[in-house]
Design a protein around this ligand. Structure first.
Ligand code: ADP
Length: 465
């Protein structure tokens, strides 16, 4: 039967019953043994007392015969006493007929002052025997006294009978109690299982019932619920991401389509066609950038990204990146001002850091006014390295200083879109910095400008690379 493997309740009940039965049996065994020991002991004490009494009652006649002072006949009637001479002659027997039922005393058998032993009569009655040597009025005598052990065995039989009736009842009660108890204990688990089965992507907000938050089951349910919280959160983010991505993709696609449709409505001049194709290519460019950003983020999310750190002169990297994006700045008559130098190179993934820097500079150009200066400063303080990109645009409201790093978030969606932004640039930049153990945050200026800071600690640098 496979039931014991599948069903914890059955297994608990079984263990409970077996354990309880073993304990009961042990207890019964010990009690039985102790009862037997006590009764045997008190039987021996009775025999000793009998002997003390009978010793007082014995008299030796002038003819050397043994007499018993028979004043107290009732005492003798109730007891079985033999008196032997040391050479093996029976001198007195209180029960001459039944005495034949037991083997006679033998002179060699008792060498000690007083001995006890158990024997069985030919008719199967268990007897306890006391043999004692005594000297009465100058005569050596051997006293032999008997008492039946049947009383003891009768008691023990009654006890065993009681056990035979009580034990199966106790086992049944234990099994029933165990089954009930296990059922009660496991009930929350059953409820949790049923609820967990019902939870799917449509009702991911539902949670397992928590009966008692401080017991093991409760803690399991709480842990499971926390896991559900995280899954729901990730699910929501994924849903939102897909929605936002689709939304972002739709805009340039719609633009391309309507531009094409307008162009096809009636014949156009060759220059107009050029213009139309140019704007289609521009939209296409925007689409390509967006798709590249999405691919980048999905690779980042998958956790399979492998860093390639190399010794990097940060100043050099900043200069190269600024050169790369220079044409965009020139379009708005903006200029870069690079200041500061680091004491020593850093271990960094150049490609990732260049990407982050490009996104920051691109934003500084986009959101800074024409003719403004974009200041890039390198500083080092103890073991902290700092790179600040400061523009002269309008300060980002305090409420948005964290939100702007979220995917697809834009403070002013329409303005940002005009300049080709999709809201992914800062999310990518932050990931590219954090994955290397750094930090990226913004400090809006009091009156104008924003400073985006990339910070690395040299200590975590050497330990992580
Ligand atoms: P986008 O592609 O829209 O620029 P980002 O993730 O790079 O996306 O930036 C998110 C938002 O943060 C932007 O839409 C803009 O509102 C704000 N932002 C980013 N950089 C700057 C900056 N240098 N000055 C002012 N606002 C900025």
């Amino acid at each position: 039967m496979d039931l014991h493997k599948k069903n914890v309740r059955f297994r608990l009940t079984l263990w409970y019953t077996v354990t309880l039965t073993v304990i009961l049996l042990l207890y019964a065994g010990i009690t039985l043994f102790m009862t037997w020991l006590n009764l045997s002991h008190s039987l021996d004490r009775h025999l000793e007392k009998d002997y003390e009494v009978i010793e007082e009652m014995v008299e030796i006649g002038p003819d050397g015969r043994v007499h018993i002072d028979e004043d107290d006949r009732s005492f003798l009637e109730e007891r079985w006493i033999e008196i032997w001479s040391p050479d093996g002659n029976l001198l007195y027997n209180s029960r001459p007929f039944s005495g034949r039922d037991l083997p006679p005393w033998h002179p060699d058998s008792n060498l000690y002052e007083m001995t006890f032993r158990s024997l069985t009569t030919r008719s199967g009655v268990r007897m306890r025997e006391l043999v004692a040597r005594a000297n009465i009025e100058g005569h050596d005598l051997v006293f032999r006294l008997f008492r039946s052990e049947e009383g003891i065995y009768g008691e023990l039989r009654k006890f065993i009978l009681l056990l035979l009736i009580a034990l199966p009842l106790a086992m049944l009660a234990a099994a029933w109690g165990g089954y009930w108890l296990a059922g009660r204990l496991l009930a929350p688990l059953g409820r949790m299982t049923r609820k967990a089965r019902q939870i799917g992507d449509r009702n991911l907000h539902e949670r397992l019932p928590v009966d008692n938050p401080s017991d093991e089951m409760g803690r399991l349910a709480i842990t499971f619920n926390e896991l559900l919280d995280r899954i729901q959160d990730a699910f929501e983010r994924l849903r939102q991401f897909t929605y936002d991505a689709a939304h972002e993709l739709r805009t340039p696609l719609t633009a391309i389509r309507s531009t094409g449709e307008v162009a096809l409505q009636e014949p156009q001049e060759p220059d107009t066609y050029r213009e139309i194709i140019g704007s289609i290519l521009e939209e296409n460019n925007r689409l390509t950038n967006l798709v590249n950003s999405l691919l980048f983020l999905s690779r980042a999310d998958s956790g399979t990204f492998s860093l390639r750190p190399e010794t990097t002169d940060l100043r050099e990297l900043v200069e190269q990146t600024a050169d790369l994006i220079q044409p965009l700045a020139e379009e708005k008559q903006q200029e870069f001002l690079i200041e500061g130098q680091l004491r020593a190179p850093l271990l960094l993934d150049k490609t990732l850091l260049r990407q982050a820097l490009l996104n920051l500079l691109d934003n500084a150009i986009k959101y800074g006014p024409p003719g403004s200066t974009i200041r890039i400063t390198l500083q080092e303080e103890e073991d902290t390295v700092r790179l600040d990109v400061t523009d002269e645009g309008s300060p980002i409201p305090e409420a948005y200083t964290e939100k702007i790093f979220e995917r697809f978030f834009r403070v002013d969606a329409s303005r940002s879109k005009e300049s080709g932004g999709s809201g992914l640039g800062l999310a990518i930049a932050r990931w590219a910095v954090e994955v290397q153990g750094g930090e990226l945050f913004v400090t809006p200026g009091k009156e104008k400008g924003n400073t985006f800071t990339i910070r690395f600690s040299r200590r975590t640098q050497t330990s992580s690379v």
